[in-house]
Design a protein around this ligand. Structure first.
Ligand code: GTP
Length: 331
């Protein structure tokens, strides 16, 4: 009988040692009673160094009040408790033996705590199982990051960082539907670099790209975060200035025009100047569709081009008997 007991204890010890899961048994005060090989290997603490000691004094990184609260149902309701890595990446700050190329600097852990009952049915100990879930966690984080990047790539224009045309159009469609029910008006802006073909022809395509990027930065700095700014074509930009009437939009447009005029783009030792032309159209309830609205801004842009460029025109100037003086159009 005694031999049988010894044998069983021996097996249990082997079992606890070889299992690839951390096993910690603690009393109600979180004093350690069992500490298996997995815990020993990863914490670099032998059972003799931890048994009888409080978990919180051994591992100051564990927030005592939080873990005590978490473990309450184990003692009070006799139910297991789970802590998953998405909630808290780890309970014990263990390093990881993953390759340096992986982005894990610590072991992601899932932790289970469950009650251990005495022969009289009392719950005065809990068992904690610590699972190394680093590979699953890294896999999931990698997929999430890729999804974010894909999402970002599908919305953003690679050269300028502004919305690309497809995504801008989608957002513009929803804005138009909302706009019809809103009290505040918004203004559509079309903006185009003047004589851009000459810039490409004179300085080269890459220099042209640099000009486009510079202008995109000017636009980004000049509009609000809630505005909708996109690269609509090669050197053409479309912007919805949300909650801005034509008067306010003209101020923004002229600020962009002036900033662009003042810019000096440096590319491979070349210094490039450029200007922009702008067309504006304020939303009115009689505008039937989003594309009709944008078309008005485009016609105002066309007017700016025909008025000598480097100026801002509005839709209500289009069709006026005489073409406006571009200087008048400058806000
Ligand atoms: N560098 C560069 N050039 C582009 C890009 N997309 C379009 N273009 C060029 O932009 C030029 C646009 O020329 P046009 O439409 O004739 O207009 P413009 O020369 O700016 O003349 P106006 O608009 O009338 O002032 C063309 O030469 C296109 O090849 C781009 O992403 N990068």
């Amino acid at each position: 009988m005694i031999n049988d007991d010894i044998m069983q204890m021996h097996w249990q010890h082997d079992l606890l040692s070889s299992i690839e899961v951390g096993i910690v048994v603690m009393d109600k005060h979180f004093n350690v009673e069992v500490w298996n090989q997995f815990m020993e290997n990863h914490a670099d603490l032998r059972p003799s160094e931890v048994i009888g000691k409080s978990l919180f004094s051994l591992f100051p990184e564990i927030e005592e009040s939080w873990l005590r609260g978490k473990a309450e149902p184990v003692f009070n309701l006799r139910t297991p408790v789970f802590i998953i890595w998405e909630q808290r990446p780890y309970l014990f700050q263990f390093g990881t033996n993953r390759p340096i190329t992986s982005d894990a600097t610590y072991m992601f852990q899932n932790v289970t705590m469950f009650p251990l009952s005495s022969p009289t049915g009392e719950i005065n100990k809990l068992c904690m199982l610590v699972y190394d879930v680093t590979d699953q966690a890294l896999g999931k984080l990698r997929v999430e990051r890729l999804n974010d990047e894909l999402q970002q790539m599908s919305c953003v224009d690679g050269l300028t960082g502004l919305y690309n045309r497809r995504y801008w159009q989608e957002r513009f469609d929803s804005h138009f539907k909302l706009q019809r029910r809103r009290d505040n008006t918004s203004t559509a802006m079309m903006l185009d670099i003047d004589h851009f073909k000459n810039i490409n022809d004179t300085y080269g395509h890459q220099a042209g790209d640099e000009v486009i990027k510079t202008l995109a930065r000017v636009i980004q700095k000049s509009v609000r975060e809630t505005d909708l700014a996109g690269r609509y074509g090669g050197e053409e930009f479309a912007i919805i200035l949300v909650d801005s009437n034509q008067q306010n939009a003209a101020k923004v447009a002229d600020r962009i025009r002036r900033l662009a005029e003042a810019m000096m783009v440096e590319h491979e030792g070349q210094q490039i100047k450029f200007t922009v032309s702008v067309g504006l159209s304020e939303y009115r309830p009689d505008i039937k569709s989003n594309m009709a609205w944008l078309e008005q801004a485009d016609q105002a842009l066309y007017l700016s081009k025909h008025s000598g460029r480097n100026c801002v025109s509005t839709w209500d100037m289009v069709g006026a008997d005489s073409a406006p003086n571009p200087e008048q159009a400058k806000a």
